[in-house]
Design a protein around this ligand. Structure first.
Ligand code: C5P
Length: 221
């Protein structure tokens, strides 16, 4: 049977992870969270105190041997068999990850791993460049978005659920900063692929979002 790839890009907090996870579950596909990989490299660089040293970050990316496992919708990330899952979604990583992600050599390493995962097929991948660079021939491309206020509120709720002390204003400022860096970088900027289907899910529940996207996808595959 055909090896399907569904690629979803969009700004931070647009619900890509939730939608991709839910779609993967419903379709029986593999979920690929590419952001988790950039987060893992960022965490490793922060832990080694080299997050401002480009050459050291590249070295970390090349030696990271990242592997991903999905358990009940959660992407577990390992580097050289050490589990990093619990360390990659912190405010510290959030504030540094976009700077790490501009480094072309880091991207080359991550894209190599992502393409390898894609070759097996039946993948729902989400990130910033999966519709444009990683899987230019994806069977379906979706550009998911929502207003900045809605996206900030969603992330803020996630942090509150984890008891992280951060304000809504801080969350919004971080999203805006990341979107700006992610969209304006030279290599693989966040862009709407010309053949992507654009969907604004402002005001929709995750369930409504899933239903809409699922129906759209089964029209195509
Ligand atoms: O999707 P998530 O918010 O976890 O991504 C974290 C960061 O990783 C993004 O803000 C972006 O800087 C980077 N990223 C990227 N390319 C991807 C996925 C994520 O540059 N494909």
């Amino acid at each position: 049977s055909k090896k399907i790839i569904i690629a979803i890009d969009g700004p931070a907090g647009s619900g890509k992870s939730t939608a991709a996870k839910n779609l993967a579950k419903k379709l029986g596909f593999t979920y690929l969270d590419t952001g988790a990989m950039y987060r893992a490299i960022t965490f490793l660089a922060l832990r080694s105190g080299v997050s401002d040293n480009r050459d050291k970050i590249i070295e970390i990316a090349r030696n990271s041997n990242l592997t991903l496992k999905t358990d009940n919708g959660l992407t577990r990330v390992f580097s050289n068999d050490e589990e990093l899952t619990d360390f990659i979604r912190t405010p510290e990583v959030n504030s540094k990850v976009s700077e790490v992600s501009v480094i072309p050599e880091v991207r080359t390493e991550m894209v190599k791993i992502q393409k390898r995962i894609g070759e097996k097929g039946n993948v729902v991948a989400e990130g910033r460049d999966v519709t444009t660079v990683v899987y230019p021939n994806a069977d379906i491309k979706i550009f998911l978005t929502a207003t900045i206020d809605e996206r900030a509120k969603r992330r803020f709720k996630e942090f509150q659920a984890q008891n992280q002390s951060i304000t809504l204003e801080e969350v919004k400022a971080n999203l805006e900063k990341r979107d700006k860096i992610d969209s304006s970088r030279e290599v693989s900027p966040l862009r709407q692929a010309p053949d992507a289907f654009v969907f604004d899910n402002t005001g929709l529940t995750p369930e409504e979002d899933l239903e809409f996207l699922y129906n759209k996808i089964i029209e195509v595959i």
